[in-house]
Write a protein that binds this ligand. Structure first.
Ligand code: GBH
Length: 477
């Protein structure tokens, strides 16, 4: 029998119903329009260098803070490291083939700064650059548009003081200039940094991520400032070194405030919370200054700002990338802030990572809040996805129905944002592959391809099959 899509089926049911003068509503057929995404919407997958590449000491790569941290006893689950990871350094052609088989138009990847500049600055490493040339060329040969993140947490360990030093922000801009000048003839989309809070607060204040420090509030706030300064200086450097039309943005896990119930008051509360809850990072970047409320709140611990810093930090962006995983529920209140956050009850559902609470409407509100508050020209979902307790059957299958459930519901909510006219241009699923999940090591799998780490074999999961269908139809059911 000819394979008919569900859409064709819908049409033929409607035609038959019309012919028989029956109501145009039959069991199994929704009255709602199919969730068709706008023409030209970009579907992709995302990864990051340290999580997939492996080859940590190969071809002149210098160590990053994550090499040091993961090799320090007690810092990662089971002492896992990124030494080998998915071995994408050697298997990148196979990974591009997986992308090709999915039918994605685009791929978000990051560059290992210390593979290109083993010391963080100084002499570049030709073999490191050559690797990224080969990956980019392989993507382009497969008609896949690369979106490149310049920094996804793997800071060169050789840089004195790490993000505690402003010199690191300047070194980042130099690396960004060099890398984008080199790739700018083939790559048109760059993201500076990934998730400020993770490489600043988690690394320097809470110590759960590399480099594992627990600084006091004053110095920790300075680290945050150096992080957004690095972003700003890099935007300037990229603009100065790439052809006109190059698109520059960042990837940020802004806290997404979701109104507990969609009343006008709670929606307004979500907007206020969006500015205040992201004050040290996205708000500062998009407004070109710190909110007075943030400075007042930090008092004597507020960061030192030098003249010119905010000219760089507030550089206009072509797009904002949002990494969206979880909701933060908010309601209007008579408090000084005008809102209060609702803590989820103990029974609130989550995916395999305990932090990954499930609230699919966060993807709609993430886009909407950012667009309503800051009128940004374009938004991408630069990450969305989940961990699941995947089991590889002897037949080589992984039936990750919970991941499909998670993705389907998030995409339905993303469709709502697109249908309401918010300028959302694309979606990058985290992740193409199971990989090194930072402090959780290999214990948490986020891929739509299962990786059997001992053999490095990749197996498409049910979710990969499902995503391929979404992409082919530009639609989610
Ligand atoms: C993203 O961060 C990262 O960009 C990506 O590299 C990562 O693989 C992906 O998510 C999945 O985690 O265990 O309580 O210390 C998402 C934001 C911030 C979520 C840090 C996990 C650690 C919580 N992440 N957080 S905890």
């Amino acid at each position: 029998m000819k394979n008919i899509t569900r859409r064709d089926f819908g049409k033929s049911v409607a035609a038959a119903a019309a012919a028989a003068a029956l109501p145009k509503f039959a069991i199994g057929q929704s009255m709602a329009a199919p969730r068709q995404f706008p023409q030209g919407f970009l579907w992709g997958c995302a990864t990051a260098a340290y999580q997939i590449e492996g080859a940590a000491a190969e071809d002149g790569r210098g160590p990053s803070v994550w090499d040091i941290f993961s090799h320090t006893p007690g810092k990662t689950y089971n002492g896992d490291t990124g030494d080998v990871a998915d071995d994408s350094y050697h298997l990148y052609k196979r990974d591009v083939q997986l992308l090709h088989d999915l039918g994605v138009q685009t791929y978000r990847m990051s560059i290992s700064w210390s593979r290109v500049f083993p010391e963080g600055k100084g002499m570049p490493n030709p073999k490191g650059i050559d690797y990224y040339d080969r990956v980019v060329d392989e993507l382009l040969a497969n008609h896949i548009t690369p979106y490149i993140t310049l920094f996804h947490w793997d800071l060169p360990a050789a840089l004195p003081g790490g993000w505690q030093s402003r010199d690191t922000s300047k070194a980042f801009a130099d690396y960004a200039a060099y890398m984008t000048r080199h790739l700018g003839d083939r790559v048109r989309h760059f993201m500076t940094t990934n998730e400020f809070t993770c490489f600043t607060d988690l690394g320097y204040r809470e110590g759960r991520f590399a480099p594992g420090l627990k600084l006091a509030d004053g110095p920790a706030n300075q680290v945050r400032h150096n992080g957004i300064l690095a972003h700003g200086l890099a935007v300037q450097a990229i603009r100065a070194n790439t052809p006109a039309g190059t698109q520059v943005g960042l990837a940020e896990n802004a806290t997404v405030f979701v109104p507990v119930i969609e009343t006008p008051e709670n929606i307004e509360a979500a907007r206020r919370a969006t500015r205040l809850g992201n004050a040290p990072f996205l708000t500062a970047v998009l407004e070109g200054k710190y909110m007075d409320a943030y400075l007042r709140h930090e008092g004597a611990n507020a960061p030192q700002v030098e003249p010119g810093d905010f000219k760089a930090i507030g550089s206009p962006l072509d797009f904002v990338g949002l990494n969206i995983y979880t909701p933060t529920y908010v309601r209007a209140s008579r408090s000084a802030w005008g809102f209060e956050v609702e803590q989820p009850p103990a029974s609130y559902p989550h995916m395999a990572s305990p932090w990954l609470t499930i609230g699919p409407e966060c993807i709609y509100w993430g886009v909407r809040n950012v667009c309503d508050v800051w009128k940004v020209p374009a938004v991408y979902i630069t990450e969305n996805g989940c961990s699941s307790d995947d089991v590889l059957t002897p037949e080589g299958r992984v039936e990750d129905t919970d991941r499909v459930m998670y993705l389907r519901n998030h995409l339905a909510n993303l469709h709502r944002a697109a249908a309401e006219g918010y300028p959302v241009k694309g979606y990058f699923l985290w992740s193409l592959l199971d990989n090194f999940e930072w402090a959780d090591g290999y214990s948490k799998r986020f891929g739509i391809h299962y990786v059997d780490f001992p053999t490095e074999r990749r197996y498409p999961k049910l979710s990969a099959e499902w995503y391929r269908d979404v992409i082919a139809q530009n639609m989610v059911e």
